[in-house]
Design a protein around this ligand. Structure first.
Ligand SMILES: Nc1ncnc2c1ncn2[C@@H]1O[C@H](COP(=O)(O)OP(=O)(O)OP(=O)(O)O)[C@@H](O)[C@H]1O
Length: 284
């Protein structure tokens, strides 16, 4: 469903020193720097799977998602999503995908979310019956009955994020890109979102690419992870193998009620102090 071959995306960034004199100088003498946000990455994602896209801040995850959704033109390489070249921005392609960014809103701030849903219905040309069915499903699954009638600016973060998801999924996209969908949410709301993403994936056999800094999202939803660092793909495989490769040991802290003499059953004590033992133990 998603095919990425040797994708690179470089940004050309204008740089200048702070201050008035520097800003005048920069009118004549402009300095540019190239930021290699994504550098020669390749992967494929089959239909119906949920794959996590992990990496530290600035690794290139959002840039990759923007290329995959047609918001950015790749510097080099080939990208195919649902059989389309995203940057061509064909209408049929846009009807098949959705991008949800935890940090950005597509809802219109001053009016209720229900009104934005109607705008999306027109934009995506959703037939009346299908719209009603999907909306009722979403309202039930996400418990949105009360929420969608209030102006968006009065909603809590969790309520707004549920409405964002609903707005993004009204046209039943086959491919969904979720960029930090649970950011800032409390643990209960994170759980609601996770369950919903799982249901949507199963019900519509949707292909989902998810970025998240919460490992609980990843372990609950994804069997496969892609790890990116400084624009390069560092790992592509299942999550258990990733843990075995990069973190074969777990650190355990034992708070002891009283001093013990026999310590042989502990594998390796790496530190001791304040009534605690710090141990390292193999995960297997
Ligand atoms: N429009 C832009 N112009 C110039 N540089 C950019 C632009 N967008 C992103 N970058 C740079 O590209 C690199 C990758 O950014 P990107 O937003 O893709 O990272 P990310 O993995 O999504 O990070 P985060 O987890 O913080 O969201 C960063 O160094 C960033 O500063």
């Amino acid at each position: 469903m998603i095919e990425v071959r040797h994708l690179s995306k470089h940004y050309r960034v204008h740089e200048r020193e702070p201050g008035f004199a520097a800003s005048i100088r920069s009118l004549w003498n402009r300095k540019f720097r190239t930021v290699k946000a994504v550098e020669d990455i390749s992967f494929t994602i089959p239909e119906g799977s949920i794959v996590a896209f992990l990496g530290p801040n600035g690794a290139g995850k959002t840039t990759t998602m923007k290329v995959l959704t047609g918001l950015l033109y790749p510097t080099s390489g080939e990208v195919s999503v649902g059989g389309f070249k995203p940057f061509e921005q064909k209408k049929e392609f846009k009807k098949q995908i959705s991008l949800v960014m935890g940090q950005k809103s597509q809802l219109i701030w001053d009016i209720p979310a229900a009104e934005t849903f109607l705008v999306n219905k027109v934009i995506y040309e959703i037939p009346e019956r299908e719209y009603r069915e999907t909306l009722n499903d979403l309202i039930e699954l996400l418990e949105l009955e009360e929420v969608i009638r209030k102006p968006v600016r009065q909603l809590s973060l969790g309520e707004r994020m549920k409405c964002e998801l609903a707005a993004a999924l009204l046209h039943r996209p086959r491919i969904v890109f979720l960029d930090e969908p649970t950011i800032g949410l409390d643990v209960n709301m994170q759980e609601v979102m996770r369950r919903f993403i799982q249901d949507y994936n199963q019900k519509y056999r949707a292909t989902i690419l998810l970025t998240s800094h919460y490992m609980a999202d990843v372990t609950a939803l994804c069997e496969r992870v892609l790890v990116i660092g400084k624009g390069k793909l560092l790992y592509d495989g299942d999550i258990a193998a990733l843990v075995d490769t990069y973190a074969p040991n777990k650190h355990i802290r034992l708070q002891l009620a009283q001093r013990i003499k026999q310590r042989s059953e502990f594998e390796r004590i790496v530190a001791e102090g304040g009534g605690s033992l710090f141990m390292m133990r193999s995960r297997t």
